[in-house]
Write a protein that binds this ligand. Sequence first.
Ligand SMILES: [Ca+2]
Ligand SMILES: [Ca+2]
Length: 271
Amino acid sequence: MTESVKIGDVPVEIYDDTAPTTTAVVDGVSGENHYSQKDVNLSFQATDNPFGVGVDRTEYRINNGEWTVASGDVVLSEDGKNMVEFRSIDKHGNEEAPQSLQVWIDQTAPVIQVSGSTDFYQTDENVTFTATGTDTLSGVQSISFKLDNQELASIESINPLALTTGNHTLMVKAVDYAGNQETKTVTLTCKIDLDHLSDLISIGETKDWFANHGIAQSLQSKVENALKAKSKDQKQKLEKIIQEINKQKGKQIDGDFAELLLDDLEYIQLN
Ligand SMILES: [Ca+2]
Ligand SMILES: [Ca+2]
């Protein structure tokens, strides 16, 4: 195509059948399988061929939508996979073949789902509570746990016997591949009652925390007495167990286990 322009007073015909070239400048994360956690800014730089008639406009479209004339930066903020196409057209209508780039955005944190019971007995083998993370965009990169501020490999690794009775704080954190994170705090309650104290003494025996069967047996019958006792008498019966444990702590009963039993008896008295 030709166009008449004047250089000084001389009319000159410009022949131009070459389309302009556009460069997209991306401020942010782009490319397939790379999710951006933030808005992504695009700007286009178009140049026409040397001695060409000059760029008329640059157009873009997202996910096969309408072609739109670019005026200034284009900000992409919608979650999802954006296929951005762009092209420039010169003043003679020479149109560049569209170029494309992928801008995938994920600004949504994963969702943490919890299920199972937050209550358990100290004598339970494990807890039934579970927490999982899901993320519909970039996907869950990691899920991590802290129990009373200590890193925890998994909830399944919680050993109730290693916990004191009462409330414990479980923090669940899920992070997606874009870096968005969600945390959820759950209170887990480790319980004991007289019935389960009897189970605990049995467990203690299997773990050799008593010097002999006799001392375990003696505690068991005291627990049984306390179980049968009326509420008023029960207080005294519990005191008897406490006295016995204090007497044998570190001697006939393993020191740490004795502390656990004493702590549990205090819990039973209060609950
Ligand atoms: Ca041109
Ligand atoms: Ca996400």
